[in-house]
Design a protein around this ligand. Sequence first.
Ligand code: ADP
Ligand code: MG
Length: 567
Amino acid sequence: MLEQGTISIHTENIFPIIKKSLYSDHQIFLRELVSNAVDAIQKLKMVSRAGDYAGDIGEPEIEIAIDKDKKTLSISDNGIGMTADEVKKYINQVAFSSAEEFIHKYEGKSDQPIIGHFGLGFYSSFMVAQKVEIDTLSYQEGAQAVHWTCDGSPAFTLEESPRTTRGTTITLSLQGEEEEFLESARIKNLVKTYCDFLPVPIKLEGEVLNKQKAPWRESPSNLSQEDYLEFYRYLYPFQEEPLLWVHLNTDYPFIINGILYFPKMRPDVDVTKGQIKLFCNQVFVSDNCEEIIPQFLTPMRGVLDSTDIPLNVSRSALQGDRTVRRIGDYIAKKVGDRLKELFRDNREQYISAWKDLGTFVKFGVLNDEKFKKQIEDIIVFRTTAKLTEKVAAETPVVEVQSSDGDAWQDVTPSPSSENSAPSAPYTTLKEYLERNKERNENRVFYSTDEATQATYIELHKNQGLEVLFMDSFIDTHFINFLEREYQDIKFTRVDSDLDNTLLEQDKATEIVDPKTNKTRSESIKELFEKSLNKPKLNIRTEALKSDDPHGTPPAIVLLPEILRRMR
Ligand code: ADP
Ligand code: MG
């Protein structure tokens, strides 16, 4: 026998589940009630813009009040309010939201998204309250104010209210174990965390608690360099200025807004922990959602706001989500665009940023084909060529880590070091080949270790051959990649057998300094070793080499290592 029908829900049984298990976190009730209040105000604006409300909408405002004696917490707004029918429709029916109907009716009248959607948020108030009351007056002409009460059982009362001001007050009589929400410090903190960027002033004891402005929702053309820096300082106070940032804003094929910054790598910047704040319609949802951005951009921090990121799924499910992967690709592309722009417009700034983020870019190139295509022409290497006036003549510039391991510094192993140390020249592979096309015949000479290969580097320089430094630990893998990618180029390590002929030649002509009884190469080598008391360049890379000489090592191995070394 075939039978069809509708599943029914037994309210007495399901209600406790909604109250207890809908959200894992009790404190989010405040976020839900405040976002309803913001929606109510936004809706009133939309109605007014559409010409359906002739009254004065006044100054939008949300007021939170604590009554310690009565043990109540109330949230009031001067928004749209509700009629008795609307209370019956949208409050008494669980999981029924007015949002869709409303947006449909007032399409195009909004500059601000409606936050609500599922029709469940209101009931989160029962996680902390034993009794919830609604006192509300609709904007509609001739509306009668109503008072709704519910003690957490499926029974409610609805009666007339003497209220005369438009808007809604939700009053929670807190459960005994939830009295922490009567502390104003606790409430302030919650508003700061969840509601800081909501576009309506939220007051407690006469004080406005929230910042209100969400810069990521502005058009990038409205924001100055200083605006972006100011926002960074607001999010991450007392930290050095970021190296660069990207402003994301797209509506298609997914909705995402946000500003992501690449921080300066410093020991106090913990890049191993994701620091991205995830928002949904300006309401804070969670921290540490590093799964959303591509792995090679792990150090990036800032704000992402999207209604297209699934919120209540596990981290692994998030990584597997198709939209999330596409958002990740979009972010990578934006970062690539930004790097190219910087490379084109401000080479000096690009190089200085490269010192911090070059490793991540190379990692991205090894792991992401699209990103590789996008930026392969702007990968730069430090070189022995004298490319800028800024580099002090004849003075090798070495980047070393200071002995306390605290900061990266440019150190010149000579007394000519001035206040601001000159930056070492960097070059792209293309520029290198172009510069050396006559001598090198498509050969690239590189050094993997400036200290131990100093003699060889010097020999090459003496012969007028330019040497590139591929001496960070990721370069071991990167050289494999380059060899595979540019098969017509011959990559030759300065100390490889092939070029020992150079050494022989040079030895014959080298002059020994009678004072030290050392050759020029030997002296240079010594000088380097002295200056490199804790060399960044001397990292042993062999251990990380993969078995397959042409294989790219798995990201799992590389990324933690990169992050560890960046600290
Ligand atoms: P959602 O916000 O997802 O729609 P809620 O359970 O939070 O779901 O709220 C249900 C409905 O109750 C809302 O859609 C709205 O119609 C109404 N409502 C809730 N709070 C208010 C308020 N402060 N002012 C006016 N209407 C409200
Ligand atoms: Mg809601």
